[in-house]
Design a protein around this ligand. Sequence first.
Ligand SMILES: Nc1ncnc2c1ncn2[C@@H]1O[C@H](COP(=O)(O)OP(=O)(O)O)[C@@H](O)[C@H]1O
Ligand SMILES: N[C@@H](CCOP(=O)(O)O)C(=O)O
Length: 316
Amino acid sequence: MAVFTEVSTNEARDLLRRLQLGDLVALRGIEGGIENTNYFLTSDQGEFVLTLFERLTAEQLPFYLYLMKHLAHGGMPVPDPRPDQNGDILHTVCGKPAAVVNKLRGKSQLAPQPVHCAAVGTMLARMHRAGRDFDRHQPNLRGLPWWNETVPVVLPHIGPEQAALLRAELAYQNHVAASSAYAALPRGPVHADLFRDNVMFDGEELTGCFDFYFAGVDTWLFDLAVCLNDWCIDLPTGAHDATRAASMLDAYQAERPLTAAERELLPAMLRAGALRFWISRLWDFYLPREASMLVPHDPAHFERVLRGRIAHPVHA
Ligand SMILES: Nc1ncnc2c1ncn2[C@@H]1O[C@H](COP(=O)(O)OP(=O)(O)O)[C@@H](O)[C@H]1O
Ligand SMILES: N[C@@H](CCOP(=O)(O)O)C(=O)O
């Protein structure tokens, strides 16, 4: 589990009292996750998730928390941050910024079928629409400027073939970002990390999604590309799965058809999505943080995905 900060039962009990969420029944550190400290909090009023933010600051966090609130109130199945008696949804626990949200029903579908990919496509398009009238703005903090900053930090740790690919792809993505087709892409608040482990299912029913802490204002196409790169590939090889991808794309487009610029740039954004997670995984792997039982994700996976998307471009 990724528990960077240990929370005592007394601290958890005090927090539940401040939020008027009842008396503590159980407190359990959560396995999975690599960014924040997460606990399941059970009280006599229900089940909640407590997150202590390890990297994000109190200035950055309102965007994510109010986005979740906005989407939840817009009918999307996302966790709704709980306020204290003053109406504040950003709290402090163990000296760290923290939030408490409702625990979603269901479990991750780690071997998705076309029906699951279609459900994700539908939800993603609806989330994009629901986010259009969200009035806060914060860029994707793991977007192109972060890639440009972080690539030089990881380059000394990797081999010459990888370094050549990383440099070349970064140059290509800077070129794409400067194009008129890119400027024409529709954008808004995006999740930007909607992987298999961030969506809940009950059988074939999608019951919700969480982990909005990489969200930001970016192109909707980038968000879709991140999903296609995780839900619609063969995990061992990184190979694109055309059947699952067609299910996701058709379902997405039934809610919001892609524009001409989006269709043109889908191959480039699939590469961008792979590059983004290759860089972050390299960064987490070679510059790790202290946490109990933190398991870094394998960077080589996204190197394979990137090479695959370059060798075999995928069109909508
Ligand atoms: N609202 C929620 N409802 C149910 N489970 C959740 C919720 N939020 C987090 N979890 C559980 O916690 C785990 C880690 O959460 P995640 O947000 O992915 O962590 P991190 O931000 O550290 O990557 C998830 O895999 C999931 O099992
Ligand atoms: N999904 C990303 C990293 C973020 O991890 P998460 O547990 O917060 O989803 C990856 O797989 O590299």
